[in-house]
Design a protein around this ligand. Structure first.
Ligand SMILES: [Cu+2]
Length: 156
């Protein structure tokens, strides 16, 4: 029975959060702390953020989906003059041995057509699809809308 205990310990170790945050692994790709900003009732869309670290060959995040929203888009955001603008992108490149942060004010996920408001403290599953590594389902933590200053005009 020693062997099965060791196996159980290994399985449990895999699901232990890294350094206080939560993280997920798909092959050589590490998905760090997926989170979404809480939304107000009636708000149709919400932003999602996470950090990708790639220990392997170049890959791309090509799509995402979630039962929490009608669809999940990949967005970029940048300043054009005085206005922060965002637009949909086809994919997010993940360089070999590199990392990419999806964070407020930059690249992000957009949950379009929310089925219900994202409540702070709740969690929901998100499926990410990479061109080469394939699919992984991660758990998104919803954090208070005031967690970070909101300087983006996140209107759709
Ligand atoms: Cu957006």
């Amino acid at each position: 029975m020693k062997l099965s205990h060791a196996l159980m310990a290994a399985v449990l170790a895999l699901s232990v959060p890294l350094a206080g945050a939560h993280g997920f692994q798909l092959g050589a790709i590490e998905i760090g702390h997926p989170w979404a900003r809480a939304t107000a009732p009636g708000q149709a869309a919400g932003g999602g953020f996470l950090k990708l670290r790639n220990a392997g060959a170049a890959d791309r995040l090509v799509s995402a989906s979630s039962e929490a929203a009608d669809r999940v888009e990949l967005h970029s955001m940048k300043m054009e003059g005085d206005v922060m603008r965002m637009r949909q992108v086809d994919a997010i490149d993940l360089p070999a041995g590199g990392s990419v942060a999806l964070e407020p004010g930059g690249l992000h996920l957009m949950f379009m057509g929310l089925k219900q408001p994202l409540a702070a403290g709740s969690r929901f599953p998100l499926k990410l699809r990479f061109e080469k590594a394939g699919e992984v389902t991660v758990e998104v933590k919803v954090e208070a809308a005031t967690a970070l200053p909101r300087k983006d005009g996140h209107a759709h």
